[in-house]
Design a protein around this ligand. Structure first.
Ligand code: NDP
Length: 240
């Protein structure tokens, strides 16, 4: 039986590339998204991958969404927590809503999805959870205390949950992408982006497919000894 995978935010950007890569690796994929029905419809037409709408920041919606996927496709073996948003501003201009939205969706989404899927993986003695962090969660970023805190939290969440899953065959890892050519980065002003690219040793933005390749490895049967790790895919921009 093919493994069943859920990719949150899986209908565009990095998530789309991950959905496609897991499908190519032989998995049955469910791609979650938040509200962009038009992109989700086009994605399903293009790829044949079913799209499911729910807000990963909503605990009950995640439980219901996972139950629907399991009813349609079978027990979930793999979760890629990729959905993420930015609400940038210096702390002087950051409202409480901007803070709470980013923590709720980016970090809370990982908890909500793991809460709905980890018990099943544990009882079936096999599972893969990959959380998409960020270079800005490793090094911090001006104007992003909310996003940096959420992404940094993802790295701690990963290490803690990895310890809970290790004996039961459930691995939990993170990927910390650098700057990847998606809609999220297209929103960065051109002059700022130019300065960012100048600081990337390989001299270019990353491609979504380069993140997807790392996810595919971490979700593979062969990666059972890799857990609690963070794979940085950032063109050498941050090394440690
Ligand atoms: P995009 O903005 O291109 O896509 C975001 C995806 O997440 C969309 O599918 C969107 O759905 C979905 N989404 C947003 N909010 C929610 C929600 N509340 N519930 C469910 N789905 C949601 O992002 P990227 O592809 O650029 O980024 C993907 C991940 O990678 C994010 O976690 C991001 O923080 C991280 N990352 C990105 C980097 C980059 O350079 N692009 C760098 C480092 C990390 P919809 O289409 O319906 O809006």
């Amino acid at each position: 039986m093919a493994r069943v995978a859920i990719v949150t935010g899986g209908t565009r950007g990095i998530g789309e590339a991950i959905s496609l890569a897991l499908k190519d690796a032989g998995m049955t994929v469910a791609a979650n998204y938040a509200g962009n029905d038009e992109k989700a419809r086009a994605f399903t037409e293009r790829t044949g991958i079913k799209a499911y709408k729910w807000d990963v920041g909503d605990f009950e919606a995640c439980a219901a969404g996972v139950a629907q996927v399991e009813a349609d496709l079978g027990p979930v073996d793999v979760v890629v927590n990729n959905a993420g948003v930015t609400r940038d501003g210096t702390i002087l201009k950051m409202s409480r809503d901007m803070w709470e939205d980013v923590i709720r969706i980016n970090l809370g989404g990982c908890f909500n999805m793991a809460h709905a899927t980890f018990p099943g993986m544990r009882s079936r003695k096999w599972g893969r959870i990959v959380n998409i962090g960020s270079i800005n969660g490793q090094s911090g970023q001006y104007g992003q205390v909310n996003y940096a805190a959420a992404k940094s939290g993802i790295h701690g969440f990963t290490k803690a949950l990895a310890q809970e899953g290790a004996r039961a065959g459930v691995t939990v890892n993170a990927i910390a992408p650098g700057y990847i050519d998606t809609d999220m980065v297209a929103a960065v002003p051109a002059d700022v982006l130019e300065k960012i690219v100048a600081k990337i040793p390989v001299g270019r933005l990353g491609q979504a497919s380069e993140i997807a390749r790392g996810v595919t490895f971490l979700c593979s049967e062969e990666a059972g000894f890799v857990t609690g790790s963070t794979l940085s895919i950032n063109g050498g921009q941050h090394m440690y």
